[in-house]
Design a protein around this ligand. Structure first.
Ligand SMILES: [Zn+2]
Length: 412
């Protein structure tokens, strides 16, 4: 693939330098955190980013006590945010990343030097991979590098129009906590963009709405030799609940806009069993219906045994961002114009998951998600395209122009 524009080609060397520097820092986050960020490695990258932002001329760059980097590139008019996350997924090894650049890849399978890992990437790209024994960390260091390269370019080119730009690099997105301690008021933007998508041209303004359901069953334990008429086995009741759920309402049998109920952990003994499930749908009424079905099923199964008890706890996790973005259509319109100005076809796909933007949008900061050019996330097969990453950085520069001028500039 050729660069999408001369601007993208101009941005590519600095972008790639930064990306290769950032992926070498171990920023893997850890579930069940006791502090923010969950791991100290994230702060190593965040401190480096503060230094690099200051070196680029964003003199107010700070790292707050929770691990959030914020900085301003002053401009004209409204304040627009750019957001990416510094942490990488806990689902694959993240320490000791040694990136490899495969220039002008010919499209054949890439055999990486370690662990027999094989990467599939299309021909014509400069492809970046790990050495095979770790993830690459393009999720989301591609997004971080794209924002850094774009704001450094804008800072060095004062003639380029830009709104007041606010930058934030967040910790712990991969464990669902990226928005938790995000200070929306201090950020002060009317809307923002996460650079945390994948394929060229992706513009995502719709995510699942998400709830977690924890079902705790208290049975009646008894010595099995004298259990007749007394024992109520909580572990068996958990099994009955699972068996009674619809077989087609699962992640593996749904796609597109359909939601699901996903029991992901069961622990149990005769006396007590705990069943944890996540429930997902794009439609809030459907989400409520799935959760109600799960609740009714548990109550019916356990209710047949007067001496057993069931407790059901439902926790909202994140909402579909769509309803918030519909109230502020300019956020998505400006992104469409910027993609158009870079000559990129817009790809609109609902995300079967959440982003930081789902919760940020609900917190009052409308935040759609843009592509980064990283692929096959959360695995040692992860790879990124230099041309697509450069296209994302160029899209940010176009976006700045769209917001500053209030209209799309002609393609150049
Ligand atoms: Zn991500």
């Amino acid at each position: 693939m050729r660069f999408t524009s001369t601007l993208a080609e101009t941005l590519a060397p600095d972008l790639l330098d930064r990306f290769l520097r950032y992926v070498r820092i171990d920023t893997q986050s850890r579930r069940d955190r006791t502090q923010s960020p969950s791991t100290p490695g994230q702060l190593d990258l965040s401190r480096l980013l503060v230094d690099e932002l200051k070196a680029a001329g964003l003199t107010d760059a700070t790292l707050d006590e929770n691990g959030y980097v914020m900085a301003t590139l002053p401009g004209e008019g409204e304040t627009i945010g750019l957001i990416a996350h510094v942490d990488t997924s806990p689902d694959a090894p993240g320490a000791g990343v040694e990136p490899l650049v495969h220039r002008d890849h010919d499209g054949s399978a890439i055999a990486l030097p370690r662990n027999g890992t094989v990467v599939q990437a299309p021909a014509g790209h400069d492809v970046v991979t790990s050495s095979g024994d770790t993830l690459l960390g393009a999720d989301d260091k591609a997004g971080v590098a794209e924002i850094m390269a774009a704001v450094a370019y804008l800072a060095a080119h004062p003639e380029c129009p830009r709104p007041n730009l606010r930058v934030c690099f967040t910790p712990d997105e991969e464990i669902g906590e990226g928005a938790t301690l995000f200070d929306v008021e201090r950020f002060g933007a009317v809307c923002a963009y996460t650079l945390d998508g994948s394929d060229l041209g992706e513009l995502q303004d719709e995510t699942f709405s998400a709830e977690e359901v924890v079902i705790t069953i208290t049975g009646v334990d008894a010595h099995p030799g004298w259990a007749t008429g007394v024992l109520v086995n909580a572990a068996r009741l958990a099994g009955e609940i699972l068996a009674a759920l619809p077989a087609d309402l699962t992640p593996e049998r749904t796609s597109g806009r359909d939601g699901f109920i996903h029991p992901y952990e069961v622990e149990g003994s005769a006396g007590r069993a705990v069943l944890r499930a996540i429930v997902r749908d794009f439609d809030d009424d459907q989400l409520a219906a799935h959760t109600a079905l799960l609740r009714r099923t548990a109550e019916e199964v356990v209710g047949r045994h007067p001496t057993a008890r069931v407790e059901i706890e439902v926790t909202p996790q994140y909402p579909n961002m769509r309803r918030y973005l519909d109230e502020f259509p300019r956020a998505v319109e400006a992104a469409e114009q910027a993609l158009g100005a870079e000559g990129i076809d817009v790809v609109r796909t609902p995300i079967r998951g959440g982003t930081d933007g789902s919760r940020l949008s609900a917190m009052g900061l409308p935040t759609p998600n843009l592509f980064t050019g990283g692929h096959d996330y959360h695995s040692p097969r992860e790879w990124a395209s230099v041309q697509e990453m450069a296209a994302a950085a160029a899209t940010i520069v176009r976006l700045a122009e769209v917001w500053a001028l209030g209209a799309a500039p002609p393609p150049r």
